[in-house]
Design a protein around this ligand. Structure first.
Ligand code: NAP
Length: 335
């Protein structure tokens, strides 16, 4: 089957013929119809995660997908052939940029009723990240002030909607041309991050979700009220993450150092900093399906590309200039 692979880190991903996926007893074989593109794919291709996610090369890229179940392993009871499903596969078993993929049943959910595959494929990774940041980690309550950086991007456009659904008062940062767009997603306060300094405009926040890192994160700490929480999804990683990932002692120490400065700053301000690396969860994805069906969240697909265009589209992700997600059509449904 055709897939987008990385043979050597830092080389451009390319299309290759690869072996069919192996379907274990607890796995579901899916015909991939659409797959979402994420900065994570490009990060993996560049070797940025080589110390953390130890893939055997060549690796098939692609961290989220929507498609139709072809067959299920003997131990699978929740899905059957013909089901329309979506998934962020376990980080150790990626490979959504392929005609077929085997996914563990626990990482799968049915897609929202009547949703197009391209829309469904845009959701798993960013919606799970938003869920794990806002609900699991921060336990956002009605009326709380929440700042979500990069509101027009793949993550931000879903996180704003989820935070509003939870009843938060939401601020976001975006380019000037995206300010009306993020208002339309529900943001109460919008800041043009190129023309304005959010640190001068915002204060008293309970939660900040930072998807930018560096100085942006350090400033974010200063708009929190005492006891507030900054959650970084662009880094730096922290010791808790190194522990959860069961990294070896040397890597753990190195990772601890990466965030020591920002953790010290947070401490002195009486706030906290934690890194979040999202994980697969079919159970949470089912709850996201319910939220979409209830009208609380809508997918934002800014651009659709063909399978052959994935390598170029991945390289273009960091140039920005889009709203929401870029999604690739893989094997369109045959009618
Ligand atoms: N740790 C995790 O589990 C996890 C999960 C998901 C994503 N992430 C990370 O989160 C980051 C964003 O992901 P994404 O999928 O949303 O990417 P994306 O779709 O490319 O969106 C990035 C957004 O960031 C905005 N932006 C750029 N510079 C900014 C700045 N200085 N201040 C505020 N906003 C800025 C851009 O806004 P404009 O277009 O308006 O200029 C763009 O909308 C990436 O680094 C990704 O790897 C991590």
């Amino acid at each position: 089957m055709k897939a987008v692979v990385v043979t050597r880190y830092k080389e451009r991903p390319h299309i290759a013929d690869v072996a069919e996926p192996i379907v274990g007893d607890g796995d579901v074989l899916i015909r991939v119809e659409a797959a979402g593109l994420n900065p994570l794919d490009q990060g993996i291709a560049m070797g940025g995660f080589a110390q953390i996610l130890r893939y055997r090369l060549p690796v098939i890229l692609g961290n989220e997908l929507a498609g139709t179940v072809i067959r299920v392993g003997e131990q699978v009871h929740g899905f059957r052939p013909g089901d329309r499903v979506y998934s962020r596969p376990d980080a150790g078993r990626i490979g959504a940029f392929a005609e077929r993929i085997a996914v563990g049943e626990a990482d799968l959910a049915l897609i929202p009723t009547a949703m197009r595959m391209e829309e469904a494929a845009s959701l798993p990774l960013v919606a799970l990240t938003a869920w794990q940041a806002l609900i699991e980690r921060a336990n956002v309550q009605p009326g709380q002030k929440v700042l979500i950086h990069g509101g027009a991007g793949g993550f931000g456009s879903i996180a704003i909607q989820l935070a509003k659904h939870l009843g938060a008062e939401v601020a976001t940062t975006a380019s000037a041309s995206n300010l009306d767009f993020v208002r339309g997603l529900g943001a109460d306060t919008v800041v043009d991050y190129r023309g304005q300094d959010f640190e001068q405009l915002l204060h008293g926040y309970v939660i900040v979700i930072d998807s930018v890192g560096g100085e942006n994160l350090e400033k974010s700490l200063r708009i929190l009220k005492p006891g507030g929480m900054a959650i970084g999804i662009a880094g730096p990683p922290d010791p808790a993450f190194a522990r959860d990932m069961r990294l070896n002692a040397v890597v753990r120490v190195a990772i601890g150092r990466l965030s020591s400065r920002v953790r010290r700053q947070a401490n002195s301000l009486g706030v906290s900093y934690g890194f979040l690396f999202m994980r697969a969860s079919g159970e949470q994805l089912s709850r996201i399906t319910a939220l979409v069906e209830a009208g609380a969240i809508r997918p934002i697909v800014g651009k659709t590309v063909a399978f052959d265009e994935i390598p170029d589209a991945l390289a273009a992700l960091k140039r920005g200039g889009k709203r929401g997600k870029v999604v690739a059509t893989i094997s369109p449904t045959e009618h």
